[in-house]
Design a protein around this ligand. Structure first.
Ligand SMILES: Nc1ncnc2c1ncn2[C@@H]1O[C@H](COP(=O)(O)OP(=O)(O)O)[C@@H](O)[C@H]1O
Ligand SMILES: [Mg+2]
Length: 226
């Protein structure tokens, strides 16, 4: 399984979610690797600090991406790819290898305008990959009381692309986690537990059934009986 975090825009939360999803899967017992295909390498540095046990590769061009994905897929069940901003060849090649493309979008006027552009790369890859590539928008940095957040939530279902129904709120703990080289699910503050609960709901929605099928997560009835 190859999961890519993609968006033509920077600052929407690709690296934040890539690192958090990788750690969530790893901590639930799924063998998971991380591929950082962004030149800034912020995801790679973060993962290295947070969990050295996660196999890590970096890639700077489409050939590197292909090589790294092929190698990592032989080692682990799931490869999380942190993509660059933009519509370049690296973004396209990641999309052409992925099984799942997650596109974080965050509430700003600019993001609202760029969603169509961001989704064009997903449509391009889906024309080639067909059903092998699933795509979903992820509402990140949401503020329930803010008008632009509500407008974004109202606008995205009309784009014709799946939207994760669990949203991730704008919470200081996500910024603190980056600074401390850890993830919100491993922190012990009130803000972190709110952030962790958003992340659990989101990851369970996306990966819960898969992990239960693999026997890694117990279903609720079994868990209650055990
Ligand atoms: N849910 C969130 N709540 C608060 N801050 C967030 C959240 N997601 C991301 N951020 C912050 O937004 C900034 C950009 O996030 P980042 O993951 O680096 O984006 P990208 O990889 O798309 O450029 C960082 O400062 C990060 O800490
Ligand atoms: Mg990034």
């Amino acid at each position: 399984m190859i999961i890519v975090l993609a968006n033509t825009k920077g600052g929407v939360g690709k690296s934040t979610l890539a690192v958090h999803i990788a750690l969530w899967l790893h901590d639930h017992g799924l063998s998971t690797a991380f591929l950082d295909a962004d030149k800034q390498l912020s995801g790679a540095q973060w993962i290295e600090e947070a969990e050295p046990a996660i196999p890590l590769r970096t890639a700077r061009n489409p050939d590197d991406c292909l090589d790294a994905c092929e190698r990592l897929q032989r080692e682990v069940a799931c490869v999380i790819c942190d993509g660059p901003a933009g519509l370049d060849d690296v973004s396209r090649s990641l999309m052409l290898m992925a099984n799942l493309a997650l596109m974080p979008i965050s509430p700003s006027i600019l993001d609202l305008r760029s969603v169509t552009e961001a989704t064009s790369i997903l449509r391009y890859a889906q024309r080639i990959q067909g059903d092998r590539l699933q795509g979903a928008l992820v509402l990140n940095k949401m503020r329930r009381r803010e008008r632009i957040s509500r407008e974004l939530a109202r606008a995205v279902p009309q784009l014709g692309i799946g939207v994760a129904s669990s949203v991730i709120r704008d919470l200081q703990a996500f910024r603190d986690a980056a600074q401390q080289g850890t993830v919100v699910t491993r922190m012990n503050t009130r803000s972190a537990s709110a952030a962790a609960s958003d992340l659990h709901a989101f990851c369970d929605e996306l990966f819960g059934d898969w992990l239960r099928d693999l026997g890694i997560l117990k279903n609720e009835r079994e868990a209650m009986g055990s």
